[in-house]
Design a binder for this molecule. Structure first.
Ligand SMILES: CC(C)(COP(=O)(O)OP(=O)(O)OC[C@H]1O[C@@H](n2cnc3c(N)ncnc32)[C@H](O)[C@@H]1OP(=O)(O)O)[C@@H](O)C(=O)NCCC(=O)NCCS
Length: 345
């Protein structure tokens, strides 16, 4: 059987309206903790300056979850907001996909803890680990379940409490990350707008650029592993930067190619919110105008799997994106992993 994609997007890999199915994003939501940690606050913790952080990253402040506030709490709040905007009840949710590298605990999955918190007792649920690329991986996986007729309503969440794995003595990393959550409700809505395509990629040969060694089967928690600070994330900043720019531009171009779209048709580009210099470099290599790029990293820093989910919600809520507009999302993270998605909002 041949696909019957929309008239506007002739390429069969633009997947919406395929055999009577369509993956629509019917609602998005987000949540960030109240506590703000400014660059001035970090100057008191490590040998850094607001000037250094701002000029190298663009980040001015980030959010920090309370001691008793966990990834599941933030994920549940973002999910409830997305469900409310989508007009979907907890009973309607068929599947919960949670993208995170900071689950509440190794098991059970934090998706199950969120299921309990939002009362979506009919839903299946699992955690997805693709680091900062997790939300795009989640959208693609959710879309596959909808297009295959397995499920009609899928909740995709990106949520992180990165403050729990950041080494507050390491100035190379502690200035970069923040806590928060974003969510999207995917639904089968034939003849509606939706997710046109999603690209995913990975390169495990570069796994050593960004990792947390402790807490898994290779290095379980011991007094020695804690003393050696192995339960904190580590990163080779410069190499990560170069790989991010390369992978994001390649993924974005592939997503546009699949939809036969020129960058000028995109109303809003939502890149992973890691560093203003990465955003600018990717935008330039895509031939985008600065006003096409959505940026909120100055407020939140890098929130990993939550990053583009929060940004999508803010782009929609602020009116930057209107129904019918084309959005390009593009991400990069540890793994290495990367991805891009084109959405007709
Ligand atoms: C981390 C990053 C901001 C560093 O910027 P950079 O221009 O590459 O800086 P460098 O690594 O060359 O470091 C320059 C100097 O600043 C110092 N430095 C690092 N962090 C600092 C900080 N917070 N404050 C002040 N100085 C700092 C370094 O120690 C180094 O000093 P040295 O030259 O005496 O050794 C940048 O590499 C980056 O953004 N990388 C990608 C990070 C990322 O996005 N990761 C997540 C991907 S999902």
């Amino acid at each position: 059987m041949s696909p019957t994609s929309s008239k506007k997007f002739k390429n069969p890999r633009a997947k919406y309206n395929f055999q009577g199915r369509s993956c629509s994003i019917s609602g998005v939501g987000s949540y960030v903790p109240e506590r703000i940690l400014t660059n001035a606050d970090l100057e008191k913790l490590v040998d850094t300056t607001d000037e250094w952080i701002t000029s190298r990253t663009g980040i001015k402040e980030r959010r920090q979850a309370a001691k008793d506030e966990f990834t599941s709490d933030m994920g549940a709040r973002a999910a409830l907001s997305a469900m409310q905007k989508a007009g979907v009840t907890a009973e309607q949710i068929d599947l919960i996909i949670l993208a995170t590298i900071t689950p509440d605990m190794p098991f059970p999955s934090t998706a199950c803890l969120i299921q309990r918190k939002i009362g979506a007792h009919r839903a299946a649920g699992f955690d997805l680990e693709a680091a900062c690329s997790g939300f795009i991986y989640g959208l693609e996986i959710g879309q596959q379940f909808i297009m295959s007729r397995t499920y009609d309503t899928v909740l995709v969440i990106g949520a992180e409490k990165l403050s729990s794995i950041v080494d507050w003595k390491d100035r190379n990393t502690c200035v970069l990350f923040g806590d928060g959550a974003g969510a999207a409700v995917l639904q089968n809505r034939p003849n509606s707008h939706g997710l046109l395509t999603a690209v995913m990629g990975a390169d495990g040969r570069k796994a050593d650029l960004l990792f947390m060694a402790g807490g898994g089967s290779r290095c379980p928690a011991t007094a020695e592993s804690v003393a050696a600070r192995q339960h904190y994330l580590r990163m080779e900043g410069k190499e990560t930067f170069k790989n991010a720019v390369q992978a994001m531009q390649t993924a974005a171009k592939e997503a546009l190619r699949r939809c036969e779209l020129d960058i000028s048709r995109i109303k809003c580009i939502i890149p992973h919110q890691a560093n203003q210099r990465i955003v600018d470099a990717v935008g330039e290599r895509l031939g985008a105008k600065p006003e096409q790029l959505f940026v909120n990293l100055h407020k939140y820093g890098n929130t990993s799997a939550a990053s583009v989910a929060i940004a999508l919600d803010e782009a929609v809520t602020s009116g930057r994106v209107q129904r019918g507009d084309l959005i390009l999302m593009v991400v990069f993270g540890a793994g290495l992993t990367w991805g891009a998605a084109v959405i007709e909002w």
